[in-house]
Design a protein around this ligand. Sequence first.
Ligand SMILES: O=C(O)c1ccccc1NCC(=O)[C@H](O)[C@H](O)COP(=O)(O)O
Length: 265
Amino acid sequence: MSNVLDQIVATKKEEVRKGQAIHQLNDLLERMAAQSAPRGFHQAIRQRLHAGQSAVIAEVKKASPSKGIIRADFDPVQIARSYQQGDATCLSVLTDAQYFKGHNSYLQQVREAVSLPLLRKDFMIDPWQIHESRALGADCVLLIVACLSDGQLAELFAAATELQMDVLMEVHDAEEMQRALNTPATLIGINNRNLKTFDTSLQTSEQLCTMVPEDCTLVSESGIHVSADINYLQGIGINTYLIGESFMRHSDPGQQLHKLMSGQV
Ligand SMILES: O=C(O)c1ccccc1NCC(=O)[C@H](O)[C@H](O)COP(=O)(O)O
């Protein structure tokens, strides 16, 4: 690794160390017990696909390393309600504070406000964070192959499965895809963003999608802006999309979702 993930992971290690000192496992177990059951993130996507529809994981994101502040006027609850109104299948909520201006409380607030399944979008490096995610109300966690060893992938995947959470396993290239396919993951995200240049190319999805067996659900992530992008991805057989920036830049993100998926933009 020699990109922004290096920095993010270094910061995350420090955050986890501090977090573990404040919220020990017993504390997290109590908070997890007070949560309602996971909402079935992958199941919600499967239902859409089986009905012959596309599925959208709509992202609640204030800022990113590549774009800086994306939405200054940021109200996570209002955004989540707008997405639900716009027929999102699931939501992705950024909780990383330093690089994405997210917050753990955003996930908690959004879970109270909408009934959609939620991905905690953060950088998982330790099983403690998986427990923390469930305690915050997450239904799914992201495992980024680029910043985890095979041993960590197995350990974190097992921790999520034990808590009945889904895992979105994210890859950027063929080598990472092969490593993801060596795990039990059945929900695999192809991130179209090159983390060295920050450029996005949907061709990344096209190049990698042929590696994935039919029983896996594929998600194309990043750089999806207009209906032509959706048409392109549908043309290569990908029907689930994770989209943030292009929704976040509109005053009514859910309306923009509806327009994108009905070919109006
Ligand atoms: O977006 C970044 O700059 C970034 C940098 C380093 C690691 C991850 C990063 N983004 C996370 C994402 O994967 C996107 O938020 C997500 O796929 C949505 O992408 P977009 O629709 O382009 O906002």
